[in-house]
Design a binder for this molecule. Structure first.
Ligand code: FIX
Ligand code: ZN
Length: 412
């Protein structure tokens, strides 16, 4: 059906809100993973984005803050970011949207009253409620076999939940070989510091074991802005001898998340990471030298975004994804998504939530969808002006590419 200028806006709005999304990178877990699944108001308020903001707004010695219980930390954030001033930042507004989404009056200023809502919930049912309300088909987790808590969860039972898919994360293997050697040895792998043939075989054995167990949709790593490839480091050897051939054999894409400067303020713990502009020649070489591998790529620095679009235009084995972390703010999402549409058409994955708390799906996706509606209205209006006859089916088809199909065809 042809869309008229009078109906264009409401049709786009309706399609973007009704199209299910695949959330391709989160830090969520199924209920069977016990305490690893974070949810509810105290986890929302102690999200590391809010801890950083709370501490800068109302400074307190960090060792004192960390000695507080989670409830007390949440209370501190609530007091300073929600009661003493309006919760205007994106991370604060997110909490307000979450409360509204579950029917709590966001003007309710009593934290205890809000807590009592969450106390009565059944976790399994609440997972379903949140995914349904956010219209998320499923979420891909971040699964790190180097993390003892996570290893324990995987050793108990195989993953069996339709809303959660795995991604095999391997930061220590590529960021800190020295640490990996002792962690791998503790897990029974006979690796040594100079990465001899035996060690390479052992890394393959590690990858095989965890791929068979997790059945990941992709392999993943986050890298610092100074990532180079190829160079004479052990990292290049691990990539060339183990990870890239393994990914090809198993038909698994490799997700590269580049640009984080870990722990620029270590006292802030998880909230202490920063950002740096990356040198992208290594990314170009990876795509160029390994046409049989597929790379999902997100970059943390705003300054790298245009360059990423240009590189993606040259390499079909590169799929840009998401507005990651410090970029997940309306003004930047709008700028980056508009730029990607203008340079790449429909051939990218515009967003992932990076949710660490289940409830965050209830704000990160609606906030993003609203921006996407605005951009698509503008772009379709321009297209109609140029003489294109836009149909509803066409909008539906292409919105689905952005929200789920591009991921599902790149990651079979
Ligand atoms: O490395 C990552 O996957 C990052 O997204 C996180 O570790 C980061 O702390 C985060 O939560 C960003 O949103
Ligand atoms: Zn993440």
């Amino acid at each position: 059906m042809t869309v008229t200028p009078q109906t264009l806006n409401s049709i786009i709005d309706n399609i973007v809100h009704c199209t299910p999304v695949v959330d391709m990178h989160t830090h969520l877990y199924p209920p069977a993973f016990g305490p690893l699944l974070q949810w509810g108001i105290d986890d929302l308020l102690t999200y590391h984005y809010l801890v950083a903001e709370g501490i800068r707004t109302a400074p307190m010695p960090l060792d004192r803050f960390w000695s507080l219980t989670k409830k007390e930390q949440a209370g501190y954030v609530w007091e300073h970011l929600f009661l003493r001033r309006a919760p205007i930042s994106e991370a604060c507004r997110g909490v307000v949207t979450c409360l509204q989404a579950v029917g709590i009056d966001p003007r309710e200023r009593s934290l205890d009253a809000i807590r009592s809502f969450y106390q009565g919930l059944n976790r399994e049912e609440y997972v379903e409620t949140v995914f349904t309300k956010a219209n998320v088909k499923y979420a891909v987790m971040t699964n790190d076999p180097f993390d003892p808590a996570e290893r324990q969860a995987w050793e108990k039972a195989p993953l069996n939940h339709p809303r959660f898919h795995a991604a095999l994360r391997m930061d220590p293997l590529l960021m800190n070989w020295e640490t990996s050697v002792s962690l791998l040895r503790d897990m029974g792998y006979e690796v040594n510091h100079d990465l001899n043939d035996k060690s390479q075989g052992e890394i393959r054995r590690f990858l095989e074991k965890w791929t068979d167990r997790m059945k990941p949709r992709y392999l993943a790593v986050s890298l610092t802005p100074d990532f180079l490839y190829p160079d004479d480091s052990l990292r290049t050897r691990v990539l060339d001898a183990c990870i890239l051939p393994f990914a090809r054999e198993r038909n698994l894409p490799f997700a590269l998340m580049i640009g984080v400067r870990r722990q620029i303020n270590p006292a802030l713990k998880l909230a202490g990471d920063g950002v740096g502009r990356a040198e992208l020649s290594g990314l170009i070489q990876l795509c160029l030298q390994h046409p049989g591998n597929r790379f999902l790529v997100t970059l943390l620095s705003r300054e790298n975004q245009h360059e990423l679009c240009v590189i993606a235009r040259k390499f079909p084995n590169l799929m840009p994804f998401g507005c990651w972390w410090f970029l997940n703010n309306p003004s930047l999402i709008e700028e980056i998504t508009r730029q990607r549409i203008e340079m790449l058409g429909w051939s990218f994955i515009p967003q992932h939530s990076d949710a660490r708390v289940l409830d965050q799906l209830l704000y990160k996706w609606p906030h993003f969808r609203r921006i996407l509606v605005r951009i698509l209205i503008e772009k379709y209006t321009d297209l109609v002006r140029s003489g294109w006859n836009v149909t509803e089916e066409e909008i539906r088809r292409d919105a689905a590419r952005l929200l789920s199909d591009n991921f599902e065809s790149f990651v079979p």
